[in-house]
Design a protein around this ligand. Sequence first.
Ligand SMILES: *Cc1c(COP(=O)(O)O)cnc(C)c1O
Length: 343
Amino acid sequence: MIDLRSDTVTKPSDAMRDAAHDAEVGDDVYGDDPSVNELERRAADLVGMEAALFVPSGTMGNQVAIRTHTERGQELVVDNEAHVVKWELGGVADLSGVQARMVDCGPRAVPTAEQVRAAYVEESLHRPGTGLLCLENTHNSRGGVAVGVDAIEEACEAAHDLGVPVHLDGARLFNAAVALDVAPEALTGPADTVNFCLSKGLGAPVGSLLAGPAPFVDRARRVRKLFGGGMRQAGVVAAPGLLALENVDRLADDHANARVLAEGLDAIAGISVQEPDTNIVMISAEEAGVSASDLTAAAADHGVAFNPTGAYTARLCTHLDVSRADVTKAVDRIAAAVESLRL
Ligand SMILES: *Cc1c(COP(=O)(O)O)cnc(C)c1O
């Protein structure tokens, strides 16, 4: 099976397994796991922030950030396709008691300054007030869109002018940096805090990092404990995470493979493809009159796994564990699957 469901499906390398085995550990809740401390320091440096916090998942990183930034009853301004409101089980309401003011950012994926100002609510006797702006880069549900520095700066500046802090959901931050050929800091600098995943394209088995100013990270550490994310000898997962940071530059290979995949799929009659910025390829089988569930089921029968995202649309992800040859094979198999559905 060629598994293109997500870049989270990568298996840890032998080097990562060895690193886990050999990791120096302590009790991270007491702050004395040397592997976790090193990972947090390296991660903070990498994204140009003062400090970072190791968390078990991207979801926890975002939810801890939102809880730490906001007060109950406040509003969160966010794109309506953003992961924090679409794929995190209503956590912003459940865990932080904030309501989402959703903005349709379209293919641009982040709000314009005008959209930020229009969404802003000033606190009053009758209105809750805006507590946070949340951005996403790359933007998952909009097709792995790499949002450029100018658009990030524009949104952050508009929010800051209104006294609103900004959290960047950078689960795939390094895909954006590599695709745009900019330093990660250029994308994170305008925001107050950033979350990024080790467990996606970077290939680690577990973990994400929430980075920001040191006093923010201190408060976030208490929220992590509250949410049940205080881990003990976490060095066994932090050590492979340190190796994952070495996989940043090779993300360019995944992007090149995604382009090959997109071109191959686009050539199949009835399939249309959104040109990929990074490692995510969005396709539609509407022209072929084939539903996404039929398409993914037939593709699985032909040895390629990927997920539906709508009635006719589906998402395919390239990653560390798929080669150029796998991608070419996947195109042939999907073409055969489409053919089988047309009969
Ligand atoms: C995957 C993802 C997350 C959540 O990460 P998990 O580790 O799966 O909880 C958050 N935001 C975006 C944009 C993602 O793609």
